[in-house]
Design a protein around this ligand. Structure first.
Ligand code: CR6
Length: 829
């Protein structure tokens, strides 16, 4: 609040004037100021980490300036805003991305050189913000970057976990988990907002009250926890706009348990107070199923309730009637995790704002849209009725009311078809009566988005078949995307320069469709030379990293073949391993002249297994066991190396992807909703070896199937193949490699037995045996292509050139126009 000072200040600095200077001298002074006063080290003596901290604070100041101006401007214009609710955001590092988007990387690099430091070295000091598991969370981060860049009036809302995704360490080839206490050394990228806090209530009872002669329900909560805001500015590229990602942390409430204090149980009262903070303590590390955990439900409601109080406060600052709410507010539910927000909006509108049920429901139905990221019904969250009734008793009643009305409506369409009604019901009967959060979302949201075309088909024809028959207009496809700012400009600067040089413009960084212009030069020998040099330098960087981490020396002439992603049976890292064993077996049986024809490979695998996921952990151990044997076999030498990269995260991906030649995406068709890793590889000109699943199908359309290596059963063949079950025999080659593992060729015979059982004896649910032969053929095709380096480079250029569709900018434009109904609101320069 500026109060009386406002006119004076505005006269001195017009609202949008730059406050901070960005020339090299000002930046040097600024960094030293932060060394002296923020980090509190002497400006004559500070180390790399302290220099990073000062640098980060200097960048943060510039972010805050734009972010203030953006929010002032949004306030003045009052456009419809999109509020993006997500329980996970995988932001990774912020420094390089921020200075790139602010457009002052060169100035900073120069300032640091003058001070005797190197920008890249300081950037390595930053830890990852890993507040998410995998694709869903990284996609949320890419969407924030696109929303800011495209000038949309957007807010992100989530949870500020104190422990991000666990760190993976490998001991004797086994995964161990270590806590990621990422806030240990402070976090310069966030702003604590002690004054922006809201009470969030839990437990208690529901009572009836008569208000103005009308019966109404009121919730008498039993516990209150304070949600405190931490703001993370997100700068757009090539624009002044910087939007806000607001993450909530739990703090004990002042009113908490007054009774214990007055009864003199002081110590216990304090211990209980501290318990409140556990709500935002830790991210659940399982990305497939979280069914029925009390803490998980409390996390969901905690961030949803605080966000909605914040959103409604902002709305009420300028508007009197909730009739206007849908004109000013769009709420995006990222997967089913935040779907309790539907019941919360109903509770606030009906119980607190005293709107009629039908009016409140009409508003809710106009503001919410949802994106489903799961393929299998098991991936959709369910909350036991007893649990919901105890933690959020009023919300349970509201959900019952929504369901009652839904059932009445369904009866009008489907009559007494009780099978169908029970499938569509929000309440699932059974041993444990549960709330189906997906059905709650479907009942309310005006749009239900799938994340690729294949995925939308699955939602329409299998997962939500009945709902699709009823409301076909709700179902939309919004194929995922990734931001070229982080995945090319930041992580592969040499590629970035090549693209800008050949296109004659940097405009593709905001308008990625232009990248298709590279097609014209796909055969140009000069471009080939530059392209190959770029790849070699990136491979060199990766090779050094591999050697430091694993002591394995790899040859730069080998094909770098990469599979990095969460470890899951459906992603079939085991298929990759069995392929590697086959390759090893072949090399062992070759004479010297045959060996000369082998294309050398470095097989790189990385990814985390959920802590309780035994099969996935065995796959990690198998990688290490095979690596041990292969890498130390003198018969093999440089022809084959196997490397497991530990603790895969966003920063590791930024290093690995630009240095890979080939990447593998092996999900059994119909199991990967979209996949976003493949898009990052595509942008970086790495060739894809993939099944026709998720977004790979659309990638093939964009770049031409001849420019990638597709293999395996198709989505619509999979169910029939499974039906055949026990009669389905894999090839002899498959039987042989599995036998090698079973017989203890790589040691740990007993330990790997159950892993082998998952793919044999009719138990091969993910069809590794069936797909093995076609997988080997695709691998052989990749080898042949690699021998012809000109051809390979051409395919690589065509991959980058065809990656435009897979920018999250395209995804966000589709959401803005087809789901949210929002317009850009660009803060003037
Ligand atoms: N695991 C999908 O499995 C998709 C992302 C983002 C996933 C993956 O195919 O690309 O979401 N799903 O849409 C979930 O997390 C539930 C993922 O990241």
């Amino acid at each position: 609040e500026l109060g009386d000072r406002k006119p004076k200040v505005e006269k001195m600095f017009g609202l949008m004037d730059e406050f901070l200077k960005n020339d090299s001298i000002s930046l040097q002074k600024d960094i030293l100021d932060h060394v002296e006063f923020t980090v509190a080290r002497s400006r004559f003596s500070f180390d790399d980490f302290e220099a990073y901290q000062a640098l980060a604070h200097s960048v943060r100041d510039r972010l805050i300036e734009r972010w203030h101006d953006t929010h002032q401007y949004f306030k003045k214009k009052d456009p419809k805003r999109i509020y993006f609710l997500s329980l996970e955001f995988l932001m990774g590092r912020s420094l390089t991305n921020s200075v790139t988007n602010l457009g002052i990387q060169d100035q900073y690099a120069d300032a640091l050189t003058q001070l005797g430091f190197e920008f890249e070295v300081l950037a390595e000091q930053e830890g990852d913000a890993a507040l998410g598991n995998g694709g869903l969370a990284r996609f949320a981060a890419c969407q924030m970057d696109s929303l800011a860049t495209l000038d949309y009036p957007a807010w992100g809302y989530g949870l500020r976990y104190q422990y991000g995704l666990f760190r993976q360490i490998i001991v004797d080839g086994f995964q161990h988990e270590q806590p990621d206490f990422w806030l240990n050394f402070g976090n310069p990228w966030e702003i604590e907002r002690v004054h922006v806090s809201y009470p969030v209530k839990f437990y208690g009872t529901v009572e009836e009250e008569v208000l103005n002669g009308k019966k109404c329900k009121i919730w008498i909560p039993g516990e209150s926890v304070e949600a405190v805001a931490y703001d993370n500015p997100i700068p757009g590229y090539g624009t002044r706009n910087a939007i806000n990602l607001r993450l909530w942390a739990a703090k004990p409430s002042d009113q908490y348990d007054m009774e214990s204090y007055t009864t003199g149980d002081y110590i216990n009262a304090i211990v209980n107070r501290q318990k409140a903070e556990t709500i935002s303590n830790v991210l659940y590390p399982d990305d497939r199923s979280y069914q029925g955990k009390e803490l998980r439900l409390k996390q969901q409601y905690f961030f949803v309730s605080a966000s909605l109080q914040d959103i409604m406060r902002r709305f009420k600052d300028l508007h009197r009637s909730f009739d206007e709410f849908p004109e000013k507010v769009a709420l995006q539910i990222n997967d089913t995790h935040p779907s309790i927000s539907i019941a919360e909006v109903m509770r606030v509108l009906v119980d607190e704002e005293h709107l009629d049920w039908s009016k409140a429901w009409d508003i809710a139905c106009r503001i919410f849209s949802v994106t489903i990221h799961a393929v299998q019904p098991e991936g959709l969250e369910k909350i036991p009725v007893d649990l919901l009734g105890s933690v959020l008793p009023r919300h349970l009643e509201i959900i019952y009311e929504i369901n009652y009305r839904l059932m009445e409506e369904l009866k009008k369409s489907f009559g007494q078809d009780y099978d169908k009604l029970s499938r569509m019901s929000i309440i699932e009967e059974g041993a444990v009566k549960s709330i189906r959060m997906a059905n709650l979302s479907l009942a309310c949201c005006h749009t239900v988005n799938g994340v690729s075309r294949v995925h939308l088909e699955t939602l329409k024809t299998r997962v939500f078949k009945d709902f699709y028959a009823l409301w076909p207009q709700k179902f939309q496809c919004k194929t995922n995307g990734v931001t070229q700012r982080r995945w090319i400009v930041v992580s592969n600067p040499s590629l970035c320069s090549i693209i800008s040089k050949w296109l004659g413009t940097e405009a593709w960084i905001r308008n990625v469709d232009l990248i298709a212009g590279l097609r014209e030069y796909a055969k140009d020998p000069d471009l080939h030379t530059e392209w190959k040099n770029m790849k070699r330098v990136n491979k060199m960087r990766l090779a050094e990293y591999i050697e430091t981490l694993t002591s394995v020396k790899v040859s730069l002439d080998a094909m770098f073949d990469v599979q990095i992603k969460r470890i899951h049976e459906y992603k079939r890292q085991l298929l990759n391993m069995l392929g590697i064993i086959h390759r090893y077996d072949c090399i062992k049986n070759m004479d010297e002249s045959d060996k000369r024809r082998v294309v050398p490979r470095v097989c790189i695998i990385g990814g985390k297994a959920a802590p309780g996921y035994e099969v996935a952990k065995k796959i990690i151990k198998l990688c290490h066991a095979v690596a041990d044997k292969v890498n130390n076999d003198p018969d093999v030498g440089d022809l084959l190396k196997v490397v497991f990269i530990p603790d895969y995260n966003v920063s590791v991906a930024e290093l690995v992807i630009p240095g890979s030649d080939l990447s593998q995406h092996l999900s059994t068709a119909g199991h990967e909703a979209s996949g976003t890793g493949c898009m990052k590889f595509l942008m970086n000109g790495c060739l894809l070896l993939a099944t026709a699943d998720g977004s790979a199908v659309e990638i093939a359309e964009e770049i031409g199937a001849e420019n990638m290596f597709l293999f395996g059963a198709k989505v619509d063949e999979v169910p029939a193949l499974r039906e055949k079950g026990t009669t389905l025999k894999g090839s002899l080659q498959f039987a042989r490699v599995v036998r090698m593992v079973r017989d203890g060729y790589f040691g740990f015979k007993d330990y790997f037995k159950s892993l082998c059982d998952t793919v044999e004896d009719g138990g091969d649910f993910y069809l590794l045996g069936y797909d093995f032969a076609s997988y080997l053929e695709a691998q052989a095709a990749a080898d042949r292509a690699f021998v012809d380096q000109e051809k390979w480079t051409q395919m690589s250029i065509l991959s980058t050139a065809g990656s435009g569709k897979f920018s999250s900018d395209r995804t966000i434009e589709e959401y803005a126009q087809q789901s949210w109904g929002i317009e850009p609101c660009k803060c003037p320069f």
